[in-house]
Design a protein around this ligand. Structure first.
Ligand code: 48H
Length: 254
């Protein structure tokens, strides 16, 4: 068979256009493909929801790839070990209650779990605004190619509709900040100093619906609430993603 370049190009454009058109309306839009977003996407997808992950970078995985100061290892505490096991991430016990895993394996397996659960990925795509109408809920995300943002080009965005949006954008809590900036009664306090135990023990309380239709998870949850940071311990990110998924499920299914 002789390969035809035009067929290859058509295959890519046609299938991705179909997918994008289908995802103009989705159940849950997860913004950010770091550990908390991936965990939430995998668990929501597994429940049969239509989930799209919007990631501004080329690669999925956020800050997890880098481990601690580029040593490609992450630490997970006892409370979250069951999630490493659930996603098939191998780990070894380092000390009582401390498990160590490869950051590369962790990102890969979380990403694979989200894919297998049916979540779709829209990478190289940045969320630059949200849609809020008279019902006072976040009902859509305003997106653009990251390259447009990087190039400083004046190109109008498109909008994707969603029943719930999950802000998993990490330290910057981008989606929550967009809502806060427009005076919608949401305050983003910004993250505090390094204090791993406190940050990890409070992250679940901070993982919540901060505005109708908008749930914050992972580092974004701590940043919104002015909570401490935790360094390269990732149990809280996985647990927070799990909690975000359970909040959405509870709201959608009662
Ligand atoms: C689309 C966007 C946009 C946008 C950003 O930073 P992340 O890994 O987020 P979490 O919260 O899942 O994990 C945090 C963890 O990696 C970490 O940094 C920790 C534990 N730090 C502790 C410490 O003390 O430093 O991923 C966020 C993702 C990234 O991939 C971004 O590219 C993406 O969100 N993102 N995607 N539209 N506007 N902004």
């Amino acid at each position: 068979m002789e390969l035809n370049e035009i067929t290859i190009s058509r295959a890519i454009v046609a299938t991705q256009m179909d997918l994008l058109l289908d995802y103009m309306e989705m159940d849950v839009a997860v913004v950010g493909g770091g550990p908390s977003g991936l965990a939430a996407a995998a668990l929501l997808g597994k429940e049969g929801l239509k989930v799209g992950v919007i990631e501004k970078k080329l690669s999925i995985g956020g800050g997890m790839w880098g481990g601690g100061m580029m040593f490609p290892r992450i630490v997970v505490q006892e409370e979250a070990k069951r999630l490493l096991d659930l996603f098939g991430i191998r780990s070894r016990r380092y000390d009582e209650g401390y498990y160590v895993a490869s950051s590369v394996e962790s990102v890969s397996k979380l990403t694979a779990a989200a894919c297998e659960a049916g979540a779709e990925f829209f990478n190289l795509t940045s969320v630059e605004d949200v849609m809020i109408k008279d019902d006072g809920r976040v009902s859509g995300l305003v997106i653009n190619w990251t390259a447009v943002e990087m190039g400083g080009l004046h190109v109008d965005p498109l909008t994707l509709g969603c029943r719930y949006a999950v802000d998993a954008t990490g330290h910057d809590a981008v989606v929550a900040r967009l809502v806060a900036k427009k005076g919608k009664g949401l305050e983003v306090k910004g993250e505090g100093f390094m204090w791993a135990d406190r940050a990890e023990s409070r992250i679940l309380a901070h993982t919540r619906e901060v505005y109708p239709g908008l749930i914050v998870t992972g580092m974004a949850a701590n940043a919104v609430s002015g909570e401490n940071r935790m360094g390269p311990v990732f149990g809280g990110m996985l647990l927070s993603g799990e909690k975000a998924a359970s909040i959405v499920l509870e709201q959608l299914r009662g």
